[in-house]
Design a binder for this molecule. Structure first.
Ligand code: AP5
Ligand code: MG
Length: 216
């Protein structure tokens, strides 16, 4: 089963994807994470896209479609992907569809995390990520402590695009270019709306229930 986890910046796509992969034999693919690792090791691509990401705009469809193509064509990933933050434009939707068809797969379900603008902004502003264990925390809402996080504090980092100005741009880009693609999945009858304003566990309970029903 392949699925998409959809929602505005800071909605909880990464957090819920992590929860899902802990209970289901699925693999998360975050185009944001893939692009940030290109920037971290300063590849040619990383150098080109750094300012785009830091301004909260979208990287070109060709670039992300190529990254996703490599993942879908890998037999290890057959029919077990969670797309987090992809697709984000109509051309990306069609490219994903074509690629999946080529490799005899499809999207079974799309979860849309509905979260209010002021809440996503607070979530993104307070986010810290452990570069060692890759867990996502929030200094206001879900702070790392001795119980929930075993790595040293020095590994905790803020994302460079998690500042008020870029968060606003990311949100506006989402509304203008990404939100409209929901219609496509709604018409296919595979879109599930989830109230993402709730607590992390409550949201996950809902997602888990739906996934267990599909699997049965
Ligand atoms: P990307 O990395 O995908 O960023 P995003 O879409 O802005 O989403 P985030 O990762 O910020 O949020 P999230 O929904 O994963 O939330 P999280 O779980 O971390 O993309 C970054 C950039 O890359 C884009 O702006 C673009 O430039 C480029 N890009 C990426 N994909 C692209 C594509 N396909 N095409 C073109 N360009 C692309 O949670 C956020 C915080 O909230 C955390 O601190 C977490 O602890 C907390 N939290 C989560 N859920 C809850 C809850 N229920 N209650 C309280 N706190 C919560
Ligand atoms: Mg994310």
């Amino acid at each position: 089963m392949n699925l998409i986890i959809f929602g505005p910046p800071g909605a909880g796509k990464g957090t819920q994807s992590n929860n899902i992969i802990n209970s289901f034999d699925l693999k998360q693919v975050s185009t944001g994470d893939l692009l940030r690792s290109e920037i971290k090791i300063q590849t040619d691509l990383g150098k080109k896209i750094e300012s785009i990401i830091n301004n909260g705009e979208l990287v070109s469809d060709d670039v992300v479609n190529t990254l996703i193509g490599k993942i879908i064509s890998d037999p290890k990933n057959f029919n077990r992907l969670i797309f987090d933050g992809y697709p984000r434009t109509i051309p990306q939707v069609y490219s994903l569809e074509k690629l999946l068809e080529e490799f005899n797969q499809k999207i079974s379900i799309v979860f849309n995390l509905n979260v209010d603008k002021d809440i996503v902004s607070k979530r993104a502003n307070g986010r810290v990520i452990c570069t060692k264990c890759l867990r996502i925390f929030n200094v206001y809402l879900n702070p790392p402590n001795l119980k929930n996080h075993k790595c040293e504090k020095k590994h905790l980092e803020k994302r460079t695009d998690d500042n008020s100005k870029t968060i606003l741009n990311r949100y506006e880009t989402y509304v203008a270019k990404t939100k409209p693609i929901l219609d496509y999945y709604s018409k296919k009858g595979i879109l599930f709306e989830v109230d993402g304003n709730q607590k992390i566990v409550k949201i996950y309970d809902k997602i888990k229930g739906i996934l267990e029903n599909i699997r049965d």
